[in-house]
Design a protein around this ligand. Structure first.
Ligand code: ZN
Length: 434
């Protein structure tokens, strides 16, 4: 076909004005588009068309749906349509025979069904339009129904499809495939991939000094320096460390780098002597906390003990009280049974990590006494009493502090110490819990 003339039509007159006016300067967005149009066409090719007469608007006016459905039905159900148009019944061999098809006023085939008398259902629900499962329009009509029920299952999507007024043959199969191919649903509902369990690391199958015990150290920050101090304390209490398995915490990485740097600064003779006592760091893959499952599980136990223990502290804890609490948690967690084999034999000791750490048959027990440091957060505390020559107290030293803490949990003002006569003191009777 030879094209000797091209015409372009537009219904907004403003757009035509933009294209035809080369004098004015437009905003960047408009200017870019006008430029594209002008470089691909001539101004004289552009003409005005009434909105009503614009075929490009058919879709927004809902007319296109009818045309597409009519064309589809004509393509797939030629024989049935022919029969209905000539007021005959559908051929007995037709797969649509049982659907009691009929033609509506616009010449579209609808399902007869048995709900003709229903007042509750709308016409399009009682008599949906028939569509073949192979037609592209059938596939397209599933998506809005599926969106309407927010990606729910087959039954709900089929229900929504009926409400929209379509009867697609073998709709189950089509909807099932549509759901199967929905990427967000696959991501949302897919079961987690199962991995084959890897081999246990050597440290867990080699007989070594008790690797079942836990140790808790209180650090005053998450810095590398704080971790190195904690590591030094640990080594002094528990002995040399061969391997550290950890996550990718910046303080762990910092410690490794710092130890390597200080090792590198030694002379080669000392390096040779210390080579065997170097600590080996084994880092988990990033974001793979499950790889440290064996110690993460113990952290959960520690948290569980703390959850029960901390509410028993009636005063606010200071660092020393927290450290004591941590050591008590450590003793409790380390008193768990390593095996239940001898549990029912009264004359045999059941081993716990504490037995191996303390090398004593009896378990560490929590020392009775008042825990916590009330002085740390009390507003006014008597710190010192001055006895006169007659052994009576007439002067005391008071520590006055503000109870309020800042966002970091530190005192907002430094406590001050005052000397006051004893008659300024009031004896407070401790409250008794009901
Ligand atoms: Zn989906």
């Amino acid at each position: 076909m030879i094209i000797d003339q091209e015409y372009f039509w537009s219904d907004p007159a403003v757009a035509l004005g933009y294209i035809k006016n080369s004098e004015l300067r437009y905003h960047m967005f408009v200017a870019n588009r006008v430029q594209t149009i002008r470089s691909n066409s001539e101004c004289e090719q552009w003409h005005y068309v009434l909105g009503k007469a614009n075929p490009a608007d058919l879709f927004s006016r809902g007319e296109a749906e009818k045309i597409v459905i009519k064309l589809t039905q004509r393509e797939y159900y030629r024989d049935e349509l022919k029969a209905l148009e000539s007021s005959q019944s559908v051929h007995k061999q037709s797969s649509l025979l049982c659907l009691t098809l009929f033609l509506d006023k616009q010449g579209m085939m609808r399902i007869g069904g048995r709900a003709r008398r229903s007042l509750a259902l709308s016409f399009k629900e009682k008599h949906p339009l028939i569509l073949p499962e192979k037609a592209h329009v059938s596939k397209l009509s599933i998506e809005p129904a599926y969106q309407k029920v927010y990606h729910q299952g087959q039954a709900m999507t089929l229900g929504a499809l009926r409400t929209q007024g379509y009867w697609i043959t073998a709709a189950n199969k089509l909807v099932k495939r549509h759901i199967y191919q929905c990427a967000p649903c696959r991501a949302m509902r897919a079961p987690a991939v199962q991995q084959q369990m890897g081999e246990l690391p050597q440290s867990r199958i080699e007989p070594t000094p008790p690797f079942t015990a836990i140790h808790i150290e209180l650090l005053d920050s998450t810095s590398t320096d704080a971790l190195i101090n904690a590591l030094r304390s640990f080594i002094c209490i528990r002995g040399p460390v061969k391997t550290i398995c950890c996550d990718n915490g910046t303080n762990f990485i910092g410690t490794k780098n710092e130890l390597l740097a200080s090792f590198a600064s030694l002379s080669s003779g000392i390096q040779d002597a210390l080579k065997d006592s170097m600590i080996e760091f084994k880092f988990n893959a990033p974001s793979a906390s499950h790889a440290g499952g064996v110690w993460e599980r113990q952290i959960r136990t520690v948290k569980s003990v703390l959850n029960s223990m901390l509410p028993t502290y009636t005063t606010r804890m200071d660092t020393m009280a927290l450290k004591t609490a941590f050591y008590e948690v450590m003793a409790i967690v380390n008193s768990r049974l390593l095996s239940v084999d001898n549990f029912n034999k009264p004359d045999e000791i059941v081993l716990t990590p504490n037995h191996l750490i303390t090398m004593k048959p009896s378990q560490p027990t929590v020392v009775l006494g008042k825990s916590g440091n009330e002085e740390a957060y009390g507003r006014k505390m008597c710190r010192k009493v001055f006895k006169d020559n007659d052994a009576l107290v007439r002067r005391v030293q008071l520590r006055v502090a503000n109870r309020h803490l800042d966002r970091q949990g530190k005192k907002m003002t430094e406590p001050s110490v005052l000397e006051r006569p004893v008659q300024k003191l009031i004896l407070l009777v401790p409250a008794i819990d009901s």
